[in-house]
Design a protein around this ligand. Structure first.
Ligand SMILES: Nc1ncnc2[nH]cnc12
Ligand SMILES: [Zn+2]
Length: 341
């Protein structure tokens, strides 16, 4: 085996944590068509192939338009269960042992699907996969930032009977024009309820939005964070706070945040001492799950063994697992890397 083949092998085998994953973004076209048929919902595309051909995006909004169309076939608890279980089975093959997944309640409430239907389906699959595959999990409810703060408050009210199932709250959807400050009050209440907080920031939006995520919202983690690298003081602040960045290489490529993976900033982030991690975001739309993202980095960016080790550990360190469990996973990774020359 050449050293790059050995590195790829290690990347595929190592235990992984995924911290940035939208469950609605795992909707594979085949499953989407099957559920559409089962629910007698019409899709805009007449075949799986026609749908897949439409997966060409110039920016985040191009993708979001299809993403909201795709999720519109999800109506019943069983649909949410099946979607979540399919993802968990798939990433079990990639040696993912811990997931922290987003769901977008407002994307379903607006279609008359109750909060209860959504969360029971998703949480049921997470519990079953924990039992059957040993995958631990956290669940993150995400607010859609193109909607207003009143809608976010209404969603939070609907979530209150289910807070035992919810670990954190996120902020996603169309970033530019919808800064974190728009949601200052609702995140204050989420924090007071004991929920952990994360927000998409600096994916397409300017460094100012990342500052707001830190200073106004008080995030525990940053999703993406690419454009933070444009501001030296921001880099220093993120580093000082020890915040984790949930970076999504194939997503960034597919949404034209970067032109090529070679110029992806993830290695620069590590060199700057930032806690970058690897995640798939919306794998059914962006061409790959966790191992595909790692394989792309190993093959396209001259990633070193030390960098791979750091990325693997950062994911567990940045997770919302208890310290003792984090430590156990990091020891497993350390042992695995020590046994490979
Ligand atoms: N990459 C992304 N950015 C913002 N909102 C999203 N919703 C699903 N995927 C997203
Ligand atoms: Zn995302």
């Amino acid at each position: 085996m050449t050293s790059s083949e050995a590195l790829l092998d290690l990347a595929m085998k190592m235990p992984k944590a995924e911290l940035h994953l939208h469950i609605e973004g795992t909707f594979e076209p085949e499953q989407m068509f099957a559920i559409a048929q089962r629910n007698q919902v019409a899709l805009k595309y007449d075949s799986v192939e026609a749908l897949k051909t439409a997966y060409q995006f110039e920016n985040l909004q191009d993708f979001l338009d299809l993403y909201y169309q795709g999720m519109s076939v999800l109506l019943k608890e069983q649909d949410f269960y099946d979607l979540t279980m399919a993802y968990l089975k798939r990433v079990h093959e990639d040696n993912v042992v811990h997931v922290e997944i987003f769901f977008d309640p407002q994307g379903h409430l607006s279609r008359g699907v109750s909060f209860e239907t959504q969360i029971k389906g998703i949480h049921g699959a997470l519990k079953d996969a924990e039992r059957d595959f040993g995958i631990s999990f956290k669940l993150i409810m995400s607010f859609l930032r193109h909607l207003d703060e009143v809608s976010a408050f209404e969603t939070l009210a609907l979530a209150k009977p289910y807070l035992e199932m919810i670990d954190g709250v996120g902020l996603d959807s169309s970033e530019v024009g919808h800064p974190p400050v728009k949601f200052e009050n609702v995140f204050r209440e989420c924090k007071a309820l004991g929920l952990l907080i994360t927000a998409h920031a600096g994916e397409e939006g300017p460094p100012e939005y990342v500052w707001q995520a830190l200073d106004v919202i008080g995030v525990d983690r940053i999703d993406h964070g690419n454009r933070a690298l444009e501001d030296e003081d921001l880099i220093a602040t993120i580093k000082h706070k020890g915040l984790t960045l949930t970076v999504c290489p194939l997503s960034n490529l597919k949404l034209c945040v970067v032109d090529t993976l070679e110029e992806h900033p993830i290695r620069s982030m590590l060199r700057l001492g930032l806690n970058a991690t690897v995640n798939s975001d919306d794998p059914a739309y962006f061409g790959g799950y966790m191992n595909d993202n790692y394989a792309a980095l190993v093959q396209e960016t001259q990633l070193t063994k030390e960098e791979l080790y750091r990325l693997a550990c950062n994911a567990f360190e940045g997770s919302w697992l208890d310290a003792s469990i984090k430590k156990k996973h990091i020891k497993t990774i350390t042992d695995l890397f020590q046994n490979v020359v």
